[in-house]
Design a protein around this ligand. Structure first.
Ligand code: BGC
Length: 639
């Protein structure tokens, strides 16, 4: 290969790389990511990834990956720009909906399965945005300042898992600086951690236009300058190679990585476009719908207001701006133009019983028809953000748009039977209406057809089973969120350290509005005991006895949190380390085996520069949310 040919490989061409026809090296075609396949026109719009995380269902995450891998193949894409695995540190982050919530263990389990699913179809996955790109406003200028232990145990963890366990072929360096150095020219991030500690053999590409320099980026470990090689090109690179500022060995390593990605995936041997696969495979749309069914979270249900019994004659008043328009996804580069879409109003009309009358009033003009609101048998208020308000490149407020907040406050005062359905990627300020609302459903962004799932939940055809992958605070006041956002002078200081999300609420003994891991069902479950097989060398198995004590079939997620009794270092009060969904018929019980990997309870010793699994006793807390953990036991590691 000539130096010119090598350098040609290092810069993108928009959404791809250059071919070298003389050597039979094919061009790579890429596509966004991560809510489906964006770059080829209308496509299946999957629910937001945060909804996938809310499923607590690694097997479904794998199916999502497989479906997206097929969507890529049906369009000839070699590289999928997903999954996004940044953690949900503050609710304002415009891209929270693209990620897997606040907990590194849940995000890791989800990410590993998505990556394996995508890559099983002969498509390379790209974990992004590396790293600590946890808010959007001024993302290209801000520095995320995070201590190493917090990085290793929280923010880098899902990348680590997606790469070392999931085998992701690519990683995307973020726009922001990490501890003062741009991610795309950060040698600690791209070389020490990614390539040396994790042994990554794939390609480190920049986010689009995130490369800020030539020599520092080349030497820091960035392999591919995307989107259009503004720095890594045949005008700028040859002189710095001739002058010795960048060695040929450094260029060769990048070329090898790109070629390794191409050859290991047989991209030179077969056409990536597989026209036997449909762009619009009903099996993939079924996966999307299933994610919305499992990931929609029932947050409140006073007096069994839901589900709406189909037999009764009722006047259902649907209100709110997000009812009539199909709100399918958040905004920015992940937004998919859905092949099929359905608004929640249409979905409600389709699911309503023969005796129901469904009326729609947007109620966005500030005028509330009091008599109509009072007399409705039930009101379904569909609120939240949309792709114009919550999305990439900007942040959103914690509060809902004022008109929505005031509408909700007024209608809950007039009628106790208000069901609020909310679209957002993380918590919103519910304080003005949460106590009076009859029921609340967190609908995230449900994708093209996911509003059908929400309507099925409203009318009881589907029993909700989603669990919050992120804490919903009652208020930001007097919490870490208050000082965490907005940044001051471009410095995003992660002062809360490890105590982010539920770890902060636990440490400070503050009750969130709705805790991490929480979500209601139309049935009830009881866990009464668990058995614990003594820990082996690498893993242990808990067997939890659980019974569906209600009157209908349902699904619960058993969650296992761990805390070391004594430790050399400060540890969070508890951390999620295992979980398992289980579906049971009314009255049915089961002994559910849940594997726990011991390595997952290690901490990162910054001085020794390694993970340390301390011997001793660990408390095990088992239950159905981070704040409902009725079963306690302990695990002994080592002597
Ligand atoms: C986003 C990436 C995306 C890329 C290509 C950037 O603005 O941050 O997530 O993959 O654009 O569209």
């Amino acid at each position: 290969m000539t130096l010119t040919e090598k350098i040609d490989l290092l810069g993108g061409t928009g959404f791809g790389t250059r071919a070298i026809p003389r050597l039979g090296v094919p061009a790579l075609q890429m596509t966004d990511g991560p809510v489906g396949v964006r770059n080829f026109g209308p496509a299946i719009a999957y629910p937001a990834p945060v909804c996938l995380a809310a499923c607590f269902d690694p097997e479904l995450a794998r199916q999502y990956g497989v479906a997206i891998g097929k969507d890529c193949r049906s369009n000839g894409a070699h590289v999928w720009l997903g999954p996004g695995v940044n953690l949900s540190r503050v609710p304002q982050n415009g891209r929270n909906f693209e990620y897997f919530g606040e907990d590194p263990f849940l995000a890791s389990r989800t990410a590993v399965n998505v990556v394996e699913g995508v890559q099983s179809q002969g498509v390379a996955a790209t974990v992004k945005h590396f790293a600590a790109n946890d808010e959007e406003a001024d993302r290209t200028e801000n520095s995320s300042n995070v201590d190493e232990r917090t990085l290793r145990e929280l923010y880098l963890k899902p990348f680590d898992a997606a790469i070392q366990e999931g085998g992701a072929w690519a990683v995307m360096a973020a726009y922001n600086k990490l501890n003062g150095a741009w991610c795309a020219e950060n040698p600690w991030l791209l070389t020490t951690v990614l390539k040396e500690d994790w042994g990554f053999h794939g390609v480190a590409m920049s986010d689009w236009g995130a490369t800020r320099s030539l020599v520092p980026s080349l030497n820091a470990g960035l392999d591919l300058d995307m989107g259009s090689g503004g720095f890594f090109n045949n005008v700028l690179v040859p002189p710095v190679v001739s002058s010795g500022q960048v060695s040929v060995a450094v260029v060769d390593d990048k070329v090898r990585r790109i070629l390794r990605l191409i050859y290991s995936n047989d991209f030179d041997k077969r056409p990536q476009l597989d026209s036997s696969i449909s762009h619009d495979d009903p099996a993939n749309e079924a996966v999307a719908l299933q994610i919305a069914r499992e990931g929609t979270v029932l947050l409140k249900n006073r007096g069994g207001l839901l589900p709406l019994d189909p037999g009764r004659k009722r006047m259902i008043l649907v209100v709110g701006p997000n009812a009539e328009k199909a709100v399918t996804g958040g905004g920015g580069s992940s937004y998919i133009d859905p092949i099929r879409k359905i608004s929640l109003l249409e979905a409600i009309q389709a699911q309503a019983g023969p005796h129901d009358t469904v009326l729609y009033e947007p109620l966005t003009d500030g005028k509330i028809p009091a008599a109509e609101v009072r007399s409705a048998d039930v009101i379904i208020a569909v609120v939240g953000f949309n792709k114009e308000i919550e999305g990439e490149g900007r942040d959103r407020s914690f509060g809902l748009p004022l008109a929505q907040e005031s509408m909700l406050e007024q209608i809950v005062a007039l009628n106790p039977r208000v069901v609020v359905v909310n679209n957002s990627g993380a918590g919103v300020d519910m304080s003005a209406w949460v106590d009076k609302a009859g029921a609340i459903i967190q609908g995230w962004y449900p994708g093209g057809t996911g509003n059908q799932a929400i309507a099925e939940i409203l009318f009881g055809k589907v029993n909700p089973s989603g669990k919050l992958p992120v804490s919903f605070p009652r208020t930001l006041k007097s919490t870490y969120y208050e000082t965490a956002y907005p940044p001051v002078n471009g410095q995003v200081d992660y002062k809360e350290g490890l105590f982010m999300g539920y770890r902060w609420f636990d440490q400070n003994k503050v009750d969130p509005l709705f805790p991490f891991g929480f979500g209601l069902s139309y049935t009830t479950f009881r866990m009464d005991r668990f058995r614990f097989d003594p820990a082996g060398k690498d893993s242990a198995t808990l067997t939890v006895h659980i019974r569906n004590t209600g009157r209908r079939e349902g699904t619960e997620t058993i969650q296992v949190y761990v805390h070391p009794k004594a430790s050399q270092v400060v540890r969070p009060v508890k951390e999620l380390k295992a979980f398992q969904r289980v579906s049971l018929k009314a009255g049915e019980d089961a002994n559910v085996a849940i594997p726990l990997k011991l390595a997952d309870v290690a901490y990162f010793d910054v001085k020794a520069h390694k993970w340390v699994l301390e011997p001793g006793r660990y408390d095990l807390l088992v239950g159905t949310s981070s704040r409902n953990l009725p079963l306690k036991g302990y695990l002994q590691i080592g002597p």
